[in-house]
Design a protein around this ligand. Structure first.
Ligand SMILES: *Cc1c(COP(=O)(O)O)cnc(C)c1O
Length: 425
């Protein structure tokens, strides 16, 4: 699939007059079209709901756009819960899927009326102690162990993952919850991350639907919802083919009719907790080449660094790069594109074939709309960038300002030496 930047060099030259690089910019039109397609793909299931994984992009402006398409929020921490509530997403519109959960997080989730998804068997007791009693609606997270393989060799290793409970624990847990008066039940699993195939959700659905039938047989619990969670990926590389959400939705539909309906479970609501798929392709990190360096390799130094986008440093992840204004130039140079951290893994690209880059060129680093800004940190005292929205009418809106030194030093308010600097914006 050809990867095209959704802004041009000319647009960026206008934008930088107000908002200097680096910045993340999001494509409102792309986010809306995708959210609509998502909703349509699962419209066959009357109870269907997407709970956007807030950790992927905790920008309230973007989440409010998704809310227009019926999306709730999947939260995993205290502050994510506060964020959701602040923009009016609460009650059953919050799925609280956390692990190693602090007591105060459970308390807040319960106070907001969130659906709590328990990561472990021992959390039943923990939650009951924290709240005084169990909520009437609870979900449980499953981990089948071993290796989970789907088409074209894509797999992950749930057996090594810290999440979820074993099948034996799960079945015991439903029995206990039922005895303790829980009335509505859910099942959740997240087995493979960033799948670029239309087969993952239908395969996961088969695993979970068969388990739902077994749960009903063994405990008498008829599940109210099954949460397929995240894991539907995006085509980061140009040689990959993007997932087709319509095919995925239909694939789940087919398995639903085959397994759940005949088992008397035809009212189960399907939930998803997608993050990456909802916003990933609709964000870009725009940065400017500020240095070139010729030593044992050819380097281009840009004004963004891993603080703005950690995935390449952390996972060796590929993010496509477009040199704006040189979209049609031959890729006849080989560069490492680096940030300025005192860490040699701070490279957005290694041995990447690109057009010849001149100092001052703008580079668009693709697919930063999920797990991009969100994973940012402040190593080397680097500040987080602004986030901008390219609105449908072509205008550009600031949806989060860039950090300033005052923000960086704000937590040092116990030191009078920093009071001058923290007063400045
Ligand atoms: C990270 C996460 C998601 C979202 O995953 P994506 O790969 O971004 O879709 C959903 N649910 C849970 C519990 C998660 O931890």
């Amino acid at each position: 699939m050809e990867k095209k930047a959704f802004v041009t060099k000319e647009q960026v030259e206008e934008i930088v007059k107000s908002y200097p690089t680096p910045f993340h910019i999001y494509d409102e039109k792309g986010i809306r079209e995708n959210a609509k397609a998502m909703k349509e793909a699962f419209a066959w299931n009357p109870g269907y709901q997407e709970f956007f994984a807030v950790k992927a992009n905790p920008n309230p402006f973007l989440i409010r756009i998704l809310k227009e398409y019926g999306c709730g929020c999947d939260c995993s921490s205290y502050t994510e819960l506060l964020l959701s509530d602040a923009i009016g997403v609460n009650g059953n519109n919050i799925m609280f899927s956390s692990n190693d959960t602090p007591a105060e997080d459970f308390e807040l989730a319960d106070r907001l009326g969130a659906t709590i998804n328990l990561d472990d068997f021992t959390h039943i007791d923990f939650l009951e102690k924290v709240l005084g009693k169990l909520p009437e609606r609870l979900s449980l997270r499953y981990n089948p162990g071993g290796v989970y393989t789907i088409s074209n060799g894509i797999m992950d290793n749930p057996g090594d993952a810290k999440y979820g409970m074993t099948k034996e624990q799960l079945i015991r847990a439903y029995g206990i919850l039922k005895e303790k008066g829980v009335k509505e039940f859910g099942l959740h699993a997240f087995l493979v991350s960033n799948t670029v195939t239309n087969d993952y959700y239908p395969m996961l659905a088969r695993t979970l639907f068969e388990l739902a039938v077994e749960i009903k047989e063994k405990t008498g619990v008829a599940l109210d919802f099954i949460n397929l969670s995240g894991g539907v990926g995006v085509a980061y590389r140009p040689d990959q083919t993007s997932n087709d959400i319509r095919i995925i939705g239909e694939g789940v539909h087919k398995v639903y009719d085959e397994i759940l309906k005949p088992a008397g479970l035809g009212n189960v609501a399907i939930y998803t907790e997608m993050g990456r798929f909802m916003t990933g392709p609709y964000g870009m990190l725009v940065t400017r080449a500020i240095h070139e360096k010729h030593t044992y390799k050819e380097y281009i130094g840009v004004d963004a660094c891993a603080v703005n986008l950690m995935r390449p440093a952390m996972y060796g992840a590929y993010h496509h790069i477009t040199v704006l204004g040189k979209e049609n130039a031959p890729c006849d140079h080989v560069y490492d594109v680096t940030g300025s951290l005192c860490e040699n893994n701070d490279k957005f690209a290694i041995d990447r074939e690109l057009p010849e880059i001149a100092i001052g060129d703008y580079l668009a680093i693709h697919d930063t709309g999920a797990h991009g800004y969100a994973m940012g940190y402040n190593y080397n005292g680097k500040l987080k960038s602004a986030e901008l929205l390219l609105a449908e009418d072509g205008s550009v809106k600031l949806i989060r300002r860039a950090e300033t030194p005052a923000d960086y030093f704000a937590t040092l308010d116990c030191f009078p030496e920093f009071s001058e600097i923290t007063k400045k914006k």
